[in-house]
Design a protein around this ligand. Structure first.
Ligand code: FE
Length: 348
């Protein structure tokens, strides 16, 4: 009896599974859903997503996690993942997602036309939708701005005990060093990193805002930060933030040289995306003029699409600047060399 029941039970289970998954598929195709895995969580994103749903009828289901946690989740889910689009920040992470096979290349005339080649991967595994710059901030009471105009200046022996940065293994530092590998050569970048370690006011720790705070308190003379952390402070109404801003000076680095190091926030279509068409539509939507403003403004960044103006007075107040023309793809690839350099010189 047992032998006879088993296959029946298996058959019944299989049938249920087939019926159930068909029901699920039917529901999905009727209601049109896009599963978004996002490392973003900004106020303006609500309008961004609502407008997409309004114009396409595709509802967005969001999972928001930190960048590293998102990547980990994608790895663990493997081919069972329901992710359609993944949004991350920094070329170093987008590239990680690419080489680990977590995204698939997509071709889109719209994306290729609207997003400059500098800000997307060669074969369409990821696209940048906003840019940020890595800038220099200094203590106005103790540092002469003329001495800290370039990334290279921070490695000068004159700044011994005055420099602060976050960890060398953080993507923001890896990408910056990736740009120096390109601009100074691997030996030049290593010399720079070694001298930076010798100049540290304290062991690298905290996020970029902590570096700005360290500069304001005087513990650090000069530091590196992504531009949006500075703009966030500029926009803040809090008295303590205003006090920080009043003590700190801001510099566009390397303006007489290659320009400031810029990076991207962006995304791609997940490797096993159940709704690939909707996913491409969503990426194309993010490159539209309207979405570009929302996307960039959510984190005080700049739109990647030409002639789209930011709607952000504090950001605009920083003025125009010369940006390094290195492609995000090159930066990302160079992070491997960068990590080796930083490990060798003890830039932890
Ligand atoms: Fe950040």
């Amino acid at each position: 009896m047992k032998i006879a029941i088993k296959p029946l039970a298996v058959f019944a289970t299989a049938l249920t599974t087939v019926l159930f998954s068909n029901a699920l598929l039917a529901e999905t195709s009727n209601s049109q859903v896009l599963n978004l895995y996002s490392a973003r969580h900004y106020q303006t994103d609500e309008a961004l997503y609502n407008n997409f749903t309004k114009s396409t009828g595709i509802a967005i289901k969001r999972i928001e996690l930190g960048d590293e946690a998102l990547l980990e989740r994608l790895r663990n889910e493997g081919s069972n993942s329901q992710a359609d689009v993944v949004l991350l920040v920094d070329a170093a992470r987008l590239w990680k997602m690419q080489i680990e096979g977590l995204v698939q290349p997509v071709q889109s005339k719209t994306l290729n036309e609207r997003i400059p080649a500098q800000f997307r991967s060669k074969d369409g595994e990821w696209y940048g939708f906003s840019t940020r710059a890595r800038v220099i901030v200094y203590n106005k009471a103790s540092i002469n701005p003329a001495d800290v105009q370039n990334y290279e200046d921070l490695a000068s022996p004159a700044l011994k005990g005055k420099v602060c940065t976050r960890s060398g293994s953080h993507p923001y530092m890896l990408s910056l060093v990736g740009s120096l590998v390109e601009n100074l050569g691997p030996e030049g970048a290593e010399k720079w990193a070694k001298a930076m370690v010798a100049n540290m006011a304290r062991p690298p720790k905290g996020g970029d805002t902590d570096q700005i705070k360290g500069v304001a308190s005087g513990e650090c003379g000069v530091a590196l930060t992504n531009s949006y952390y500075w703009v966030r402070l500029l926009r803040s109404e809090k008295a303590e933030d205003k006090a920080i801003v009043s003590k700190v000076g801001f510099i566009w680095p390397n303006q007489q040289k290659q320009g400031a190091h810029i990076n991207i926030a962006g995304g791609g279509v997940a490797k096993y995306a159940p709704h690939k068409e909707a996913a491409i539509k969503f990426l194309e939507y993010l490159s539209s003029n309207e979405a570009q403003t929302y996307f960039a403004d959510g984190n005080n960044e700049w739109p990647v699409v030409k002639n789209v103006k930011p709607n952000n007075a504090a950001l605009t107040s920083l003025g125009n600047y010369k940006a390094d023309a290195i492609s995000a793809q090159t930066l990302a690839r160079n992070t491997v060399t960068a990590q080796r350099i930083l490990d060798r010189v003890g830039y932890n």
